[in-house]
Design a protein around this ligand. Structure first.
Ligand code: FA5
Length: 341
């Protein structure tokens, strides 16, 4: 006699432990498949004595219904658990990605200015900040250029509505501020900042550019000190292989005066548009502080002497990086600027 009760209990027990699609499929095959235990049991009913068959058939159908329903319930539970596990691990992220913040870096001219500060710091110079908006007196008159002095033509100012007020054309008026600040002590400073000139913009000239003024005041300072400082600076900035030349020049606020050129790195000295086909690019003007300017700063020219210079960081950057057009610095083209990141 078939023990269908025992088969049902055993099958449902196993079903409760089936926790994957594969285990469920194996279970279905073992009990309800074509060669499954229940299927075979149902087939064997035909061999029972006739009087036992109806009861056995009824019971077998109840067992089959119980197993089929049990399978469907268990399968739904396993599917639901599998879905929950997938959602927990491979959750679909429907948020938009954030906008990346691009990191900036300091402008190439700021980098060159910092290089300049570093080199002069080694030589004992400190940085002295002065104003960009100046008056005619400090920009010109106290630097030995009274109204109508022809040397004023070298530095054309922008038009300003307030008489006597202007955007400084060079950092040299800072000499007066520094001397009046430090008097009566000896001192060494550099004065960096922007200058503004109403002049033709070319590959080597902008109407807004930087200068770094240098000023050393003390006793027994000579032009040899100026030359030594500038030579040391150029070697540190450009390396020992670059050529440097001093030319006699004229500035109303220095006597004697000189200008300093570096051999052009674009053409290697052969001549190009940047260096006006001379093979040299002027980087600074300088000289010994004029006695009248010393006096305007408060210092007695019979006791004190000093040197001053004014260099152009944009020109230095052209030479240092082999750039052939000064206008690139302030055209705000990221393709150019990002090369110096
Ligand atoms: C002067 O401005 C004087 N104040 C320099 C000076 C200072 C002389 C102290 C004596 C004592 P100059 O105009 O030559 O000089 O300019 C000095 C430097 O500034 C130039 O050598 C150049 O490097 C830079 N420079 C001048 N004009 C421009 C410009 N338009 N664009 C970019 N750089 C410039």
């Amino acid at each position: 006699m078939l023990d269908l009760q025992e088969l049902q209990a055993r099958a449902l027990d196993e079903l409760a432990n089936a926790d994957s699609q594969e285990a469920l499929e194996q279970w279905r095959h073992a009990y309800l498949g074509r060669t499954g235990e229940l299927t075979l049991a149902l087939r064997s009913i035909g061999q029972l004595p006739a009087e036992e068959r109806p009861a056995a058939g009824q019971q077998a159908n109840q067992v089959r219904q119980a197993l089929t329903e049990g399978f469907e319930v268990r399968q739904a539970a396993v599917n639901e658990a599998a879905m929950a596990a997938t959602l927990a691990t491979d959750a679909l992220d429907v948020r938009l990605p954030g906008r990346p913040q691009t990191l900036g870096h300091v402008h190439v001219i700021t980098q060159v200015l910092r290089d300049i500060y570093g080199i002069f710091r080694q030589m004992g110079f400190s940085v002295f900040q002065t104003r960009e908006v100046e008056d005619d007196t400090t920009n010109f008159q106290l630097l030995n250029m009274p109204p109508d002095h022809p040397a004023r033509d070298m530095w054309s100012t922008f038009y300003a509505t307030t008489p006597g007020v202007l955007l400084r054309t060079h950092t040299s008026p800072g000499q007066i501020h520094a001397m009046r600040q430090f008097y009566p002590d000896p001192f060494r400073v550099i004065l960096p900042g922007k200058c503004y000139r109403y002049e033709q913009v070319t590959t080597r000239s902008e109407h807004m550019f930087h200068q770094v003024e240098g000023l050393a005041i003390g006793q027994n300072i000579t032009i040899a000190d100026l030359k030594g400082v500038l030579e040391h600076f150029a070697r540190q900035m450009f390396g020992p292989e670059r050529k440097l030349r001093f030319r006699a020049s004229y500035f109303p606020f220095t006597e004697p005066s000189a200008e300093c050129d570096v051999d052009c790195s674009i053409c290697g000295g052969a001549g190009c548009q940047l260096c006006k086909h001379s093979g040299w690019l002027e980087i600074l003007g300088g000289g010994m502080v004029h006695p009248e300017v010393l006096r305007n700063g408060g210092y007695d020219p019979d006791v004190y002497s000093g040197f001053a210079f004014g260099m152009g960081p944009e020109r230095l950057a052209l030479l240092k990086y082999g750039i052939n057009d000064i206008r690139l610095f302030y055209a705000n083209d990221l393709r150019f600027l990002q090369q110096f990141g």
